[in-house]
Ligand binder design. Structure first.
Ligand code: BMA
Length: 333
């Protein structure tokens, strides 16, 4: 499909929170430079967020310092105003694992599951951990490299747990779409052992996208299907704002509906992105023009809270009405 990258625009029914960002490094009471790509859930009567905290590199030393990352915990009564816990909640550095990052949260049967990515000396690995107190995290599964951006469905479907994931098949992919990574699924009887991997959405089927895609927020159940947010990427032939040279990828939020009984079946995909980087806090930061959705909460009122990492620097919120969002995903607006 032909499309004009410059004409892409956030639809009017999406309202960015006027006080954005909702979370940034100034709120973090320990070493912090960048606070972003967070996961969100409602857990034990509170809103909780686990966020990525990059802490030892800044604009000046960006090319020379080795990145250090831990995960922080924040809680909120309204999903908008956040209090950050006094210390990081999860940090791993071993001879093999460099750091854990980009958490996404799903509550199943009273426990909070955290999907995460890990940079290791042998590639990027995605996995699933469980926590009851956000202090101890038990890793249930760690996939072989190269795979990340995992998100869990919040219940068993036909007797199996399911996740969406994003392998990065650099060698096997057709030469003209080399960095076009796709969305896959996997099933598990117990959240530890995963298999039955299935291609759900190839990147070339994502409208208005010339590069890779990946799962965004964990899917939310609606009467019309599983509502799943994705990220999608367009590579451009000019340089975008970043703390380093040659940044040329625009990240957007996209949305699709998956069949309730068989989430491997895509029912519809919004034909344009749901969120396009337009605001200064989305266009300027460690990497400008990045919108990286990681959380979505459907309130009883019908309001949808969409949380996204902005410019790889801070965390932002946009809201909309579920009716408008479903219409948009079904391309009925
Ligand atoms: C992806 C991941 C994310 C990041 C995004 C934009 O590949 O590394 O953590 O937000 O790129 O830089």
């Amino acid at each position: 499909m032909e499309f004009d990258i410059k004409s892409l625009k956030t639809p009017d029914f999406i309202k960015r929170y006027p006080g954005n960002p909702i979370l940034d490094s100034s709120q973090v009471p320990y070493e912090s430079v960048l606070t972003y790509n967070a996961g969100f859930a409602k857990f034990n009567g509170k809103y909780v967020s686990v966020f990525r905290n990059d802490y030892n590199r800044n604009k000046e030393n960006f090319m020379t310092a080795t990145v250090k990352i831990n995960l922080g915990l924040a809680t909120s009564d309204d999903g908008i105003h956040w209090q950050v816990a006094s210390k990081p909640c999860w940090e791993i550095h071993t001879d093999e694992i460099r750091h854990v990052y980009d958490p996404r949260l799903t509550v199943i049967d009273g426990k909070c599951y955290v999907c995460f990515a890990m940079d290791t000396w042998h590639g990027v690995r995605g996995g699933v951990a469980v926590t009851e107190d956000f202090d101890k995290f038990e890793i249930l599964n760690l996939a072989a490299p190269e795979n990340r951006n995992m998100v869990l469905f919040p219940e068993k479907i036909n007797g199996m747990y399911m996740r969406l994931e994003r392998p990065m098949p650099v060698y096997g992919r057709v030469p003209d779409r080399k960095e076009s990574f796709d969305i896959w699924s996997a099933k598990s009887p117990d959240l530890r052992y995963w298999g039955d991997n299935t291609l759900v959405l190839p990147a070339e089927k994502m409208p208005c996208c010339n590069s890779k895609i990946g799962p965004g927020a964990p899917p939310v159940k609606t009467p019309y299907g599983w509502l799943a947010l994705t990220h999608l990427v367009n590579k451009v032939d000019y340089e975008l704002y970043a703390w380093h040279r040659n940044w040329n990828k625009i990240y957007y939020a996209g949305a699709m509906l998956l069949d309730l009984e068989d989430p491997n079946k895509v029912l519809s995909i919004a034909k344009t992105p749901l969120l396009v980087p337009e605001m200064p806090y989305e266009k300027e930061g460690m990497r400008g023009d990045v919108i990286f959705p990681g959380g979505m909460i459907l309130e009883d009122s019908g309001e949808v809270k969409i949380y996204y990492g902005s410019a790889d620097t801070c965390e932002c919120l946009a809201t909309c009405d579920i009716v408008d969002l479903i219409k948009f995903v079904k391309n009925e607006n």
